[in-house]
Design a protein around this ligand. Structure first.
Ligand SMILES: [Zn+2]
Length: 479
């Protein structure tokens, strides 16, 4: 049988080539679709992974570009090229900020101050989001144009306050002192030149997000036993928790200190063994390790003679039990707000320091000793006693061992204690200011004569009151 030339094993040539073309077209279309899906997925994933600044940067690129040069902005590790706002956006923003536009930078800043957050209002209205860079180390952010402008006006808008400047260098120096977002508005002008026929103007709006690594500051690194270690922390955001690893008995809670800082009080007991200790403080991804030396301090020994009947009546198992039972419950009271500030008020001005802090005391030749937890200030009976600083009275009672006794909580577990009073003039719950009279000097309880026994403690650990009377215990909060 002869082969059939019209066998449909091969299609007519014309229809065959059109079929191949259509198949190729569909194949390419599929490939194109796959590529589009891949690109969309990639950009979505990139946006998810890289987060804010990149996404915002993408948005500003979509805004129409006038013919002014771009601005190169650098904030440490991050940098961006920023296009000026389109003419109508720039006009709208300037209209809100400056009415009428002023050539005087300070007058312009004053105009801005009179309105409530005009940049934020503008951003909300236009749905425009500025390029936002994270400044991890400031000051130091810089900006430069491809063509240097002849005139520059800068406005830094941070926490409702606007600061004006008239040079690009001001950006490098600007430091808002706390973390947060600063909106910056920059207006640049170029005079007519060879390549440009007329003068040009560009308005640039961008944001710097200040997110600096935590900074820890210690009041010292070498201490006598019985002193107070103070830790100040800066640049912590609300969610930043500070964790501490240390071989010191260390359980500080960082509390707010002024507007810019947090503080922790770490009492170093007179029982601490001299030597080298360390403390590692971590906030976010930042860890700093400090070496702390506890010096070898010789505490004096005191042989005290007290009339037998006084000693027996006031220093016995029952009086010790009473003291413990009454005082221990209030030791846990801890106000979250610090009422202590500035210098420490001498509670009895003119008194004689008769017994030092931490002295090892033997009474009437006994073989066992105890530590003197505070200082004795000898002065006549009836002398008024002043509160050493502001706080809240948490104890006011007569006890067998310590006589008329007052305790004041100054916040964060910092307490002052007053013993052997003749008269108590405050009650539990009273708020006292530094220098308020809380009672008078006496010789009640286990005492050999009129004097005030003063303790200072933090979270139940006694610290040396002389240190606090010699110089302020805490430095002023940073402004
Ligand atoms: Zn004493």
């Amino acid at each position: 049988m002869a082969p059939n030339p019209s066998r449909p094993s091969a299609r007519p040539s014309a229809s065959s080539s059109s079929y191949r073309r259509s198949r190729r077209f569909h194949k390419m279309l599929r490939l194109f679709m796959v590529m589009v899906v891949f690109m969309v997925l990639t950009s979505v994933l990139t946006a998810l992974v890289t987060g804010g600044p990149q996404r915002l940067f993408g948005m500003i690129q979509a805004i129409a570009t006038p013919d002014a040069p771009r601005l190169r902005l650098n904030a440490g590790e991050e940098n961006a090229r920023i296009r000026p706002l389109s003419d109508d956006l720039a006009e709208e923003l300037m209209a809100q900020l400056l009415q009428p536009p002023s050539s005087d930078a300070e007058a312009a800043a004053a105009a801005v101050l009179n309105k409530e957050d005009p940049i934020q209002k503008f951003l909300k209205k236009t749905k425009y989001k500025p390029v936002c860079l994270t400044a991890r180390s400031v000051p130091g952010q810089t900006a430069a144009f491809d063509i240097a402008p002849d005139q520059v006006k800068l406005f830094f808008h941070f926490n409702g306050t606007t600061v004006a400047a008239d040079s690009l260098e001001a950006l490098a120096k600007y430091d808002p002192a706390v973390d947060g977002t600063c909106y910056i508005l920059l207006e640049a002008r170029w005079a007519a030149q060879k390549s440009w026929e007329a003068s040009r103007k560009g308005l640039y709006c961008f944001a710097l997000q200040y997110d600096r690594p935590a900074v820890f500051e210690l009041n010292g690194t070498a201490f006598d036993p019985g002193e107070l270690l103070v830790i100040y922390a800066q640049y912590l955001t609300a969610d930043d928790k500070v964790t501490v690893q240390s071989d010191l008995p260390f359980s500080p809670d960082f509390a707010a200190y002024g507007d810019r800082e947090r503080i922790a009080l770490v009492p170093l007991s007179y029982d601490l063994r001299p030597g080298q200790y360390q403390a590692s403080l971590t906030a976010g991804d930042q860890t700093e390790t400090f070496q702390i030396t506890i010096k070898d301090k010789e505490f004096p020994i005191q042989n005290l003679t007290v009339k037998d009947e006084v000693a027996e009546a006031t220093r016995n198992a029952a009086s010790a039990k009473e003291f413990k039972g009454k005082i221990e419950p209030v030791l846990n009271e801890r106000d979250a707000v610090l009422s202590w500030s500035g210098e420490t008020q001498m509670p009895v001005p003119g008194a004689r320091l008769s017994t030092l802090f931490g002295v090892r005391r033997y009474v009437n030749g006994a073989s066992d000793s105890y530590r003197h937890t505070g200082i004795d200030l000898a002065i006549g009976r009836g002398t008024e006693i002043k509160a050493v600083n502001g706080g809240r009275v948490i104890f006011s009672e007569q006890l067998t061992q310590t006589g008329n006794t007052i305790l004041i909580e100054h916040g964060l577990g910092l307490k002052s204690w007053y013993y052997h009073l003749d008269e108590r003039r405050v009650e539990v719950g009273d708020a006292v200011k530094k220098g308020d009279v809380i009672g008078t000097v006496g010789s009640t309880g286990f005492s050999t004569g009129p004097h005030l026994h003063l303790n200072l403690s933090v979270n139940g650990t006694y610290i040396n009151p002389c240190t606090a009377l010699d110089a302020p215990l805490l430095r002023e909060p940073l402004k």
